[in-house]
Design a binder for this molecule. Structure first.
Ligand code: MG
Ligand code: MG
Length: 266
């Protein structure tokens, strides 16, 4: 889940111990396993409600609790956002996936008091080339941002990496929602915008854990929130993509806690 609308009161930046980062790795690996499982089950005809049930079941089987359910009143375990939906879509029994859709799934858990948070955009069957390219570039923008997560860099270095790669490829960056620090709370400081703005940003120090989550649009950067109070869509109804990892700042460089390499993504 994203850090929500900007201009909230700044949340504290909390540095974690090595042992705490180990627990956060475990939390994020439950998220990684769940997203990987969703890659395998997503197909035309399945409802987003079924996906929500599968994710929640696996999360509870791993002795964790879904982080988003009940968060500011969000009703479900997964955020499911299809095509022009950017983030925070609500699973529904009535919403079946169709061939050619792209599904952004965002999932978070709480395990032993610590949070994990990660998101991916999954193609449903074969998708059109422009949409495929959008997904690839959004994922690349996250990978480039991760390389900047080293002690001594600033949050702006993360933001710049995402923004420059996405905009160079002709896409736009959602500005209303941002990434965030993560730890004992789902959303801690600092905010991690996917774009550069004026003013100095916090320096990255060893022990910080950040959730970086580019939301990249095919058309306008402008978004609006639907009447359900949650679902964010692009103002021009063009497709949006969302990828997110939770990453620890360590002396040895970025440690991607939600890495899925132990699981079998298609
Ligand atoms: Mg998330
Ligand atoms: Mg998040």
């Amino acid at each position: 889940m994203t850090g929500g609308e900007r201009k909230q009161t700044a949340k504290p930046i909390l540095v974690k111990t090595t042992d705490e980062i180990k627990i956060m790795r475990d939390a994020n690996q439950i998220v990684a396993e769940t997203l990987s499982m969703l890659f395998d089950v997503v197909e035309p005809g399945i409802t987003t409600f079924e996906l929500d049930c599968l994710a929640e079941d696996l999360c509870r089987k791993r002795n964790s609790t879904p982080a988003f359910k009940g968060y500011h009143g969000f009703p479900s375990s997964l955020c499911v956002s299809i095509n022009e939906e950017v983030v925070h879509g609500i699973p529904s029994r009535k919403r079946k996936l169709k061939k050619g859709d792209v599904l952004s799934v965002d999932f978070g858990v709480c395990y032993k008091g610590f949070y994990g948070d990660s998101a991916v955009t999954i193609p449903v069957g074969k998708i059109k080339k422009p949409v495929h390219d959008l997904l690839r570039v959004t994922k690349e923008s996250l990978e480039l941002a991760i390389k900047e997560i080293v002690p001594g860099n600033r949050v702006a270095d993360i933001s710049r990496a995402v923004q420059s790669h996405a905009e160079k490829n002709g896409y736009s960056i959602v500005r209303q929602f941002v990434g965030h620090g993560i730890g004992n709370s789902l959303h801690e400081g600092p905010e991690i915008p996917n774009f550069i703005s004026k003013g100095q940003t916090p320096r990255l120090i060893e022990g910080m854990v950040v959730a970086v989550e580019p939301m990249v649009n095919l058309g306008t950067h402008k978004v609006k929130v639907l009447r359900d109070g949650w679902t964010v869509i692009t103002a021009d109804k063009k497709v949006s993509a969302h990828f997110e990892h939770s990453i620890a700042v360590t002396a040895n460089g970025p440690l991607v806690l939600s890495d899925r390499s132990d699981f079998s993504d298609k």
